[in-house]
Design a protein around this ligand. Structure first.
Ligand code: PCA
Length: 214
């Protein structure tokens, strides 16, 4: 079975912890029944983060990719619709690099859409009573950077592997926070919804030849 690749980030700036690292550790320690999961925790660095995740995609050939990160100042789990082709943040990465208005891929399109089943993920979060919403882009720091790089990797290969990005709200005591238990529950529901969507696609594909033959 090809795994679902789930990624998270280290803390950055003045943060002591990053909820995306917590949910990745939780999924690695307690995988969802019947779902193969591979996890990667990457440092918040322009020079290495995207390459590490793209290399994992090439090595693992995952069935889907769900990247998680923290969005400070938001108060809900945000399902990101688009990655934009620009690095542009006043915040320095963990190597001290600041990028303002730099194209991620000078040869790439202005934006990529998520290919995860966002509506089904939203329904799963709603059913769990968790705060969530759609978001139209993932900012212009490392989260957007890896989201764009992963989508570029699959688009360049002509691959339809579902891939996208979910921003988690902050941990307590920040405003709008979600406690670790809620963060982990959200991540489990998200990955579960992706696994269910992939599973039903596979069943469709398996039925299709018989339908054509019959
Ligand atoms: N959040 C940052 C980068 C890493 C993270 O967890 C962002 O929103 O870009």
């Amino acid at each position: 079975m090809r795994p679902i690749l789930v990624t998270g980030f280290t803390p950055f700036a003045d943060l002591a912890a990053n909820p995306s690292a917590i949910v990745v550790a939780d999924l690695a320690a307690r995988p969802l029944p019947g779902v193969e999961i591979a996890t990667r925790l990457v440092d918040v660095r322009y020079a290495t983060a995207a390459a590490e995740i793209v290399d994992a995609c090439a090595a693992l050939r995952p069935a889907a990719v769900v990247c998680f990160g923290l969005a400070r100042g938001r108060d809900a789990v945000c399902l990101e619709r688009f990655a934009v082709n620009v690095d542009d943040s006043a915040t320095a990465d963990n190597g001290g690099a600041v990028r303002r208005g730099t194209a991620i891929r000078p040869d790439g399109p202005a934006a990529y859409g998520a290919t995860l089943p966002l509506a089904a993920i939203g329904e799963a979060l709603e059913a769990e009573g968790l705060p969530w919403r759609f978001s139209n882009h993932a900012g212009a720091f490392l989260c957007n950077h890896v989201f764009y790089a992963v989508r570029h990797h699959f688009a360049a290969a002509g691959s339809a592997v579902p891939a996208g990005f979910v921003h988690l709200p902050p941990l307590p005591p920040e405003a709008g926070s979600l406690a670790p238990e809620g963060q982990c529950r959200a991540a489990r529901r998200i990955v579960g919804a992706v696994a269910a969507a992939i599973g039903s696609d596979r069943r469709e594909a398996a039925r299709a030849p018989r339908r054509l033959a019959g």
